[in-house]
Design a protein around this ligand. Structure first.
Ligand code: A2P
Length: 284
């Protein structure tokens, strides 16, 4: 009897539930958009980049990040990714690590042209040109996939209009992990929009710490030796001449920030522009 009543009650409650597989997903104004993968390039067994369509409504400033992901088991699985393409580009590029058991990247690394990825509607971040006061040089320090926001900024004419020199310092463990940045900088020399500015103002220092290479210094070691820093970039690091952007692993960010604090660099934001901005490179 009790059992019968219970199932009767269930029957009253149940009819309003549409089976999950046929229920239209409720789309809120903030729900991610569905974008099509246009191309994918794998650099190493740990690194790849991909390009997607960009909805006309998606606005961002060069250097910002956005949520990117896939639908997994019917639900969006999203992670923050720096947009690697510049704000003027009508497609979007991302540069990603592959983590073998990473919930998102282990799936994302298998995407092919024509597949759908989810794109958040709102971009944000601290690595913004407007967060820095004017100076002679813009110096960008990146480790690993931390180069992604700078891949955007070095393609933005605004960076060259604001600074006399733009210096990208990228350090990875292995030589092959430098390929994305080396290929990008080489291709920019031919770029119709920024090619001339790049040839005149962009300097790229690529270093690799765990293999033989022309430069094998850690970023912190470069900064610790003003003579070495000057040999690599043209002058020692100073808040009088330089503005700094940092994007890398937590350890590198913390260790480099301590050195910049000691040199007198003040942190900046769009509301209160300064001399250095920092963001963690995203992984997972
Ligand atoms: P190293 O090879 O000497 O550890 P990771 O893949 O671990 O994020 O490292 C990327 C690059 O950043 C490597 O060249 C690594 O150097 C360097 N790195 C890691 N931690 C620090 C740190 N705390 N300060 C400076 N460089 C670092």
């Amino acid at each position: 009897m009790a059992h019968g009543m219970a199932s009767k009650k269930l029957k009253v409650d149940k009819p309003v539930t549409i089976p999950a597989e046929t229920a239209p997903a409720p789309k809120s104004a903030n729900a991610p958009t569905e974008e099509t993968v246009l191309s994918v390039r794998h650099y190493t067994d740990r690194l790849f980049s991909f390009r997607t369509t960009r909805p006309p409504s998606f606005r961002f400033r060069s250097g910002e990040f956005v949520m990117i992901g896939l639908t997994v088991d019917g639900k969006p699985l999203l992670r923050a990714y720096s947009v690697a393409s510049p704000a003027w580009d009508d497609t979007l590029e991302f540069y990603s690590i592959k983590v073998p058991d990473g919930p998102l990247t282990s799936r994302l690394e298998k995407i092919q042209p024509g597949d759908v990825v989810l794109l958040g509607r709102k971009a944000t971040g601290t690595l913004i040109l407007d967060a820095l006061t004017p100076a002679k040089r813009l110096i960008m320090f990146a480790t690993g996939t931390g180069i992604a926001p700078f891949a955007s900024l070095i393609r933005d004419p605004d960076a060259y209009e604001r600074f006399d020199e733009v210096i990208l310092i990228h350090t990875c463990r292995l030589k092959a992990e430098l390929t994305y940045g080396l290929d990008l900088v080489a291709s920019l020399k031919e770029d119709p929009l920024v090619g001339e500015m790049v040839a005149e103002k962009l300097k790229h220092v690529a270093s690799c710490t765990r293999e033989d290479y022309a430069v094998t210094d850690r970023i912190t070691a470069m900064v610790d030796q003003p003579g070495r820093f000057a040999a690599l970039t043209g002058a020692p690091l100073s808040p009088d001449t330089d503005r700094v952007m940092i994007c890398g692993s937590l350890g590198m960010n913390v260790d480099l920030r301590a050195r910049l604090d000691a040199l007198g660099f003040q942190e900046g934001s769009v509301a209160n522009p300064g001399q250095v901005v920092v963001e963690k490179a995203f992984v997972g």
